[in-house]
Ligand binder design. Structure first.
Ligand code: 13P
Ligand code: SF4
Length: 314
């Protein structure tokens, strides 16, 4: 990666727009990115929508403003395209919690089980899975598995527990979790509810059970957005990464959105991986055409199958 020294005369936003034309690039951004990145992106979406966009784009270069597993998915869907990620260190605690060799052993222990794996995992783990899912389509996918077929669900135990309740299916869960969604303080959220009694609590299913039990609505990032748009309340306590509030305020400017606070006095409700991407790094990766996502061919071929199954089933 080139040094993060940028000439002060440069207008970074105009340069990004110019480079986008020069490279015939598309910028895909997740809702947890900084507002300025979201505003420059061609498309902002949840994990499922971003995969769909990556599959359908005619651009030669995909600039992925998100985390590593998302950019890898874009690469698997487009092996011949250049896929850039502003910071290669932008990982994910859920992906880290599920190393491929351990996952391989887990699968070996339960050969009769179908393996449904959350998209928040490495390409190697995808290559060892039967079907990938996101929080938008997991319920729909589980409901299509014959009732007599046992299921392994990996790597998020919180999402897994939530899906077991929603679908009534018993599943064997991998014991992983998201450091961001486990940081929210139930006590502080109850205090906020006292302060704003009419506020609805809306939460991402990666949160722990105790918090989900308090939520008025649970859904993926895109489902939280469509909920606040159609719902009649004026105030919401948003129990997910607060980057999404930028889009909420854009589509419903007359409503109030309160970011759920973490237990400690820190910014740990912000995803430390997502926030590694900055406007400066976005510019530099387009200027230098790196860092680039690269994967072994055999992993790409094997990982494509469960991603394609997800897209067919959702
Ligand atoms: P969504 O698919 O809901 O956007 O979630 C992605 C994610 O990483 C949540 O932490
Ligand atoms: Fe991973 Fe959690 Fe960050 Fe989402 S919020 S990318 S699950 S660490």
């Amino acid at each position: 990666m080139s040094e993060l020294i940028i000439d002060s005369d440069i207008d970074i936003e105009s340069e990004i727009k110019r480079l986008k034309k020069e490279l015939n690039a598309v910028i895909l951004a997740h809702y947890y990115q900084d507002s300025e990145i979201q505003d420059l992106a061609d498309f902002v979406g949840d994990s499922l929508e971003l995969s769909r966009k990556a599959k359908s784009t005619n651009a030669d270069v995909i600039v992925f403003a998100g985390v590593h597993f998302m950019a890898e998915t874009a690469k698997i869907l487009n092996p011949n395209k250049l896929v850039l990620l502003p910071d290669l260190e932008a990982g994910c605690s859920l992906a880290d919690s599920c190393p491929a060799p351990l996952f391989k052993n887990f699968r070996k222990q339960y050969p009769d089980h179908v393996s449904i794996t959350y998209i928040n995992c490495t390409a190697e783990v995808k290559a060892l899975s039967d079907i990938i899912c996101t929080s938008s389509n997991a319920e729909k996918i589980i409901n299509q598995i014959p009732v007599d077929k046992p299921i392994l669900f990996s790597p998020d135990r919180n999402l897994g527990k939530y899906l077991m309740k929603k679908t009534g299916r018993k599943m064997l869960l991998w014991d992983g979790s998201c450091i961001v969604h486990e940081t929210f303080s139930e006590r502080k959220i109850i205090d906020l509810k006292v302060q704003y009694p009419d506020a609805k609590i809306i939460a991402h299913p990666e949160c722990e059970d105790a918090l989900l039990n308090r939520a008025d609505f649970i859904g993926s990032t895109s489902k939280l957005l469509s909920f606040i748009l159609s719902d009649s309340s004026s105030n919401y306590i948003v129990v997910t990464e607060p980057g999404i509030i930028h889009q909420m305020e854009k589509i419903a400017p007359h409503k109030k959105f309160i970011a759920a606070p973490p237990e400690k006095n820190c910014n740990c409700n912000e995803c430390p991986y997502m926030r590694l991407n900055t406007l400066e790094k976005l510019y530099l990766c387009m200027k230098d055409r790196k860092p680039e996502i690269t994967l072994p061919d055999d992993i790409m071929v094997k990982a494509l199958r469960p991603i394609e199954r997800m897209l067919e089933m959702s």
